[in-house]
Design a protein around this ligand. Structure first.
Ligand SMILES: Cc1cc2nc3c(=O)[nH]c(=O)nc-3n(C[C@H](O)[C@H](O)[C@H](O)COP(=O)(O)OP(=O)(O)OC[C@H]3O[C@@H](n4cnc5c(N)ncnc54)[C@H](O)[C@@H]3O)c2cc1C
Length: 361
């Protein structure tokens, strides 16, 4: 059996950030990231909106709030160091009619309480500008919101980890785990066996199955799919445009994001599913088109087509939706990162630091 210092299950943004953070602190340790897929970014980290969130929506003091604010800040230096394309493009949150006034005010108050920097109400001029393209009754602006190239971020982290002596093994699916009282024994579908002093569970949608192998039972998955739609119409926007989220929605509402190339896309919508599948569901398309039509005045909605899908890794604790990140160390030298839905990409540099604190690394 191979012996290593640290085993990280899952090579998404959280697993890779964790590997890098440990290598920075303990350059001589043997650190292995295992991922079941042949390529990085096959799950949430490659199937999201690519937005660096500013921390507006989350409950004050929650992990989502604190780690999002810290992560948003940390990406400034990190993106530069790793040469990852990133842009502080800003974001408008737009109420289309007076009935949304109360929700807009609640967002404003929450952002103020959360001490989100560069957040403000929009001027009349800004609202008039927005009104050319979207139905805008009132609006807020967040200057710390940005966009990042997720694929480049994953690739840059992979290179950085490898250059620091870390090991990333793709096509390595963990299928058995045993805690001996001193260390962790990992078994893989390809028959490899590894013994590690520390174990990190950053397996996203697969994380709950893995913790069950350690007799940790109280969490269950709750999968919520999000579909994106796009086309190649000329993009008149420099900023991201979000509607006011409808009450009880499992996401932020169909919004417009732009990527580093300036291309626009809409989504993700929310669709509860029982078994994970990224296959586009064409039934979602019509519903999403009418959401876009309700909000965006000038787009030729007929030309929009399905782009890609992602699945939010929501979790339930004893049957109830658990709304914060679940970052815990229920067994010695073991940390689990579960329920890492949005704003997980933004928060990832801070999530890694938080995880290491739990095991005094
Ligand atoms: C639709 C959508 C939109 C989002 N938009 C944003 C956004 O704009 N901004 C933002 O900050 N966040 C966003 N997020 C959230 C963000 O994408 C996630 O929080 C983040 O990617 C989670 O990373 P992860 O490493 O935990 O999981 P993942 O990226 O899912 O990585 C987990 C990895 O574990 C591997 N794995 C699973 N089981 C095993 C096993 N048994 N053995 C080995 N490997 C295994 C998988 O192959 C996978 O690569 C969005 C998420 C979704 C779904």
């Amino acid at each position: 059996m191979e012996k290593i210092d640290v085993a990280i299950m899952g090579g998404g943004i959280v697993g890779l950030m964790t590997a890098r953070e440990i290598l920075v602190r303990y350059p001589e340790w043997t650190i292995c990231v295992f991922d079941k897929e042949m390529y990085l970014g096959e799950h949430s980290s490659g199937r999201n909106s690519g937005v660096l969130h500013a921390g507006l929506y989350y409950d004050y003091g929650s992990l989502k709030h604190r780690l999002c604010m810290e992560g948003n800040q940390l990406w400034d230096d990190l993106a530069q160091e790793l040469n990852v394309p990133m842009k502080r493009c800003g974001k408008f949150i737009v109420a289309r009619e007076e009935s949304e006034k109360e929700t807009l005010e609640q967002i404003f108050e929450k952002a103020k309480k959360n001490e989100v920097p560069l957040f403000r109400k929009c001027s009349e001029d800004e609202k008039n500008d927005l009104n050319q393209y979207v139905y805008c009754w009132d609006a807020l602006y967040s200057g710390r919101t940005g966009i990042i190239d997720q694929t480049e971020a994953l690739a840059a982290l992979k290179n950085d980890i490898t250059a620091r002596g870390g090991i990333i093994l793709l096509s390595h699916e963990v299928n058995s785990l045993l805690f001996t009282g001193q260390s962790y024994q990992l078994g893989f579908t390809n028959q490899l066996q590894v013994e590690s002093q520390y174990l990190f569970n950053a397996a996203g949608l697969g994380g709950i199955e893995l913790r069950k192998m350690l007799q940790l039972e109280e969490l269950e998955n709750y999968f919520v799919k999000g579909t994106y739609i796009k086309n190649s119409q000329k993009n008149p926007f420099q900023q991201l445009i979000y509607p006011v989220p409808e009450k009880g929605l499992l996401g932020l509402g169909i919004h417009l994001t732009i990527d580093m190339a300036g291309e626009m896309k809409f989504g993700p919508n929310t669709q509860e599913i029982s078994t994970p599948s990224y296959a586009p569901d064409l039934e979602q398309l019509d519903q999403m088109k009418s959401g876009v039509r309700r909000f965006f005045k000038t787009l030729e909605v007929e030309k929009l087509g399905v782009d890609y899908c992602g699945i939010r890794s929501k979790i339930k604790l004893k049957g109830l939706l658990y709304t914060d990140f679940w970052i815990q160390s229920p067994i010695k030298n073991y940390v689990e990162f579960l329920g890492i839905e949005s704003p997980g990409f933004t928060s990832s540099p801070a999530i890694a630091k938080h995880g290491l604190r739990l095991v005094s690394l």
